[in-house]
Write a protein that binds this ligand. Sequence first.
Ligand SMILES: [Zn+2]
Length: 269
Amino acid sequence: MSCAAPTGRSSRSYDISFGTSRLLKNALQCLPLPLAEGRGEGGLLDSSLKAGRLPIMTNAARAICTLLVAVSLLAAAPAAGQVLEREVVIVTPDAGDERVTQTHDAVAFWNETLSDLDLGVRLRETDLVVASENRALENYARLISQRGGRLPRGAAGPQPPRELIDLGADVVVLLSRQPLMPFAWPLPGSTNYFVAIRAVEPRRPGDDKVLRNVIAHELGHTLGLTHNRATATLMCGPCSSAAAEDNPLEWLPLTADDRARLRALHGAQ
Ligand SMILES: [Zn+2]
């Protein structure tokens, strides 16, 4: 079965004033993923912050968060024989940004994987928003990247901006201009996610492969996957994203536990 082709994709442009962002100098990393302690939806933040400075989620709290994520996704599961489409909107500062193509590739990877597993969910790109500068989403991304992993128990986190909600997507992927760590963050009270991917400058050989795997990793979170400790796998965390560059495969593999979790969450068609 072919990958689900993006249909109905359109392009919009608008300009919002925003300060100059710093260029990134380091290669991408997907370091410790502290589940935001106390966030019922299980906030997923791939942070460059030192793990030791972040609140460590207890096994019990992690289990509760995992259960709540599973329950919310199960509630959105389609009936037998139906395929649920989760709409993905990409927000980019430049239509020619290489990360747009990398996001297309990551979506295609997931749709092929979900098809191979006979699961009842797909990702569908519905819009490409070209915003040369985007203060509201960039500010929200910065807040999440700085504070998401340190929220006190029960905190809802920063309020999503209206500009994000109005996009009306199940998953909004911001190709950020900031030097922030990539993350997938569940929006309060819904199964929707806000994903932020940082820019990488200057580019190095191998960055394309790493970035595609990082984006696929974050989209994996939006499908309900959490981190594992299996090195050189897509959902490994904390792990260095250099594994993607060194791996001969185009995409880092899923583990048996990842596939079992996807089947449990999204069922068979
Ligand atoms: Zn992660």
